[in-house]
Design a protein around this ligand. Structure first.
Ligand code: AMO
Length: 428
């Protein structure tokens, strides 16, 4: 390694030892006879103290003129100093500029001025140097780790399905076409049909964490054109069973996030508490609650206004179950004439997940395709496994980006995505 300690790792035990640190020059305070430089890496900040007499006139001049956010490698003696942050300072004997930062910076790293999110995303590499921005990705990684651990513990097998596909999964719109040699193909909107085929394959419980692409025109704080979808599919199970997996998974995520004390502090965020079981209200009940506050009738999709009214009663995470059949995709199991075994999982007014019990009877599935204006002939490879022994099954799809957003208290999903893809953004 280029360094012997990381900046945030200097401790009393290092007093009077020679150490080498690497990091970004955050700030220089030149008082004439002495200067203080702050060196930062992902673990924290170390103070470099430059007494002019000790480091020499020439070094002093050169070292105090280095541009902010340049990368440095510094060697020197560590000294206890009550006045230094963390009670320690390093007096350099050698200081090498590894890479000088040009000026001015496209985005301030320590400046108090709040920059627009678009400016920040354009200079994401600088934005990420701020601990309160990096914190979003520590929370996101904690959630992602918890998802894998939890689902494996519940016996789910991790799978990967193709992202270049021949036909739509979530209805005909919102597909990105790609040129596949001499044919037209599409980017996958969801692993939906593949994960169902795997149930016929006898894999029983599968999960996938992977990208999903939606050519939607939406430009909201919750929508992306590329997002990470956490999908499960489970055989011999109904909607209730997969909602159970969902709520236990969210409780595990909450536990993992609560261990990220530093990130939560940087975000000024109290950890979310999840107490099981989570409320389950039916769509019919939801409409009753919402219609008192919003202009809405049975059969309508739930607007933000409607879900806000429901969230007033249910607060954090909750399920809305048994949606009208007409509002759910063809693969969701009907219940009675008008209802379905489809559900949404919400956090306040934000939809986190949709899922349900699936149709496993091929005649009904073909009928449902036709009812939704889709041609069963175009779904050949998807329908075939349903003719040769398909178990009853259910599953759901959960947006990792939205999960990270609510667990980190972000107001915009883009905060929790390194390089978001939205209606206007294709770079960086
Ligand atoms: P759905 O289309 O509701 O369901 O997507 C599931 C979850 O994925 C997330 N999500 C998005 N996140 C960010 N930007 C978007 N544009 C976006 N679209 C969806 C949301 C949403 O709840 N096949 C079904 C799932 C299933 O039944 O198993 C599906 O894809 O958090």
């Amino acid at each position: 390694m280029l360094q012997t300690r990381r900046c945030g790792e200097l401790s009393e035990a290092d007093d009077d030892t020679e150490q080498t640190l690497c990091g970004w020059l955050q700030e220089t305070r030149n008082l004439g006879g002495i200067a203080f430089l702050q060196l930062r890496d992902s673990t924290g900040i170390a103070q470099l103290t430059l007494p002019k007499k000790k480091v020499g006139e020439d070094n002093f001049k050169v070292w105090t003129a280095i541009a902010r956010e340049s990368t440095l490698r510094v060697t020197g003696m560590v000294k206890a100093n009550q006045e230094a942050p963390n009670g320690l300072e390093l007096v350099p004997t050698e200081l090498e500029v590894l890479n000088a930062a040009a000026t001015p910076l496209p985005l301030g790293v320590v400046d108090r001025i709040e920059s627009e999110i678009e400016t920040r995303l354009n200079a994401r590499y600088l934005d990420l140097r701020r601990p309160e921005v990096a914190a979003f990705f520590r929370i996101r990684a904690a959630i992602s780790g918890a998802v894998h651990d939890h689902l494996r513990r519940e016996g789910f097998l991790e799978v990967q399905t193709p992202k270049i596909i021949a036909s739509a999964t979530e209805g005909g719109t919102a597909l990105f076409p790609v040129q596949y040699f001499d044919r037209e193909a599409y980017l996958a909107q969801s692993p939906q049909l593949y994960k169902q085929v795997l149930m016929s394959g006898g894999l029983d419980r599968v999960y996938e964490v992977g990208p999903a692409f939606r050519a939607e025109e939406h430009n909201t704080p919750r929508h992306l054109n590329e997002f990470i979808s956490i999908d499960i599919e489970m055989s011999w199970a109904d909607d209730d069973d997969v909602m159970g997996v969902m709520e236990r998974l969210v409780a595990t995520c909450a536990e993992s996030v609560s261990l990220e004390a530093e990130a939560l502090t940087a975000l000024e965020m109290a950890p979310l508490e999840v107490e099981l079981p989570l409320p389950r209200i039916t769509y019919d009940e939801a409409i009753e609650i919402a219609s008192a506050k919003a202009d809405i009738a049975w059969g309508d999709d739930l607007s933000m206004e409607a879900t806000r009214a429901i969230a007033e009663q249910y607060g954090g995470f909750y399920f809305i179950t048994k949606w009208p059949l007409a509002l759910k995709p063809f693969y969701i199991q009907p219940e009675g004439e008008k209802h379905s075994r489809g559900f949404d999982f919400m956090f306040r007014e934000v939809e986190m997940t949709s899922g349900g019990q699936r149709v496993h009877d091929v005649t009904l599935l073909e009928q449902r395709l036709r009812e939704q204006g889709l041609d069963p002939a175009k779904f050949g490879p998807y329908l075939e496994p349903f003719r040769y022994g398909m178990p009853p099954h259910g599953g759901w799809g959960l947006g990792l980006d939205r999960l990270a957003m609510v667990f980190s208290g972000a107001q915009n999903v883009r905060e929790c995505v390194l390089f978001p893809r939205d209606r206007n953004r294709l770079t960086p």
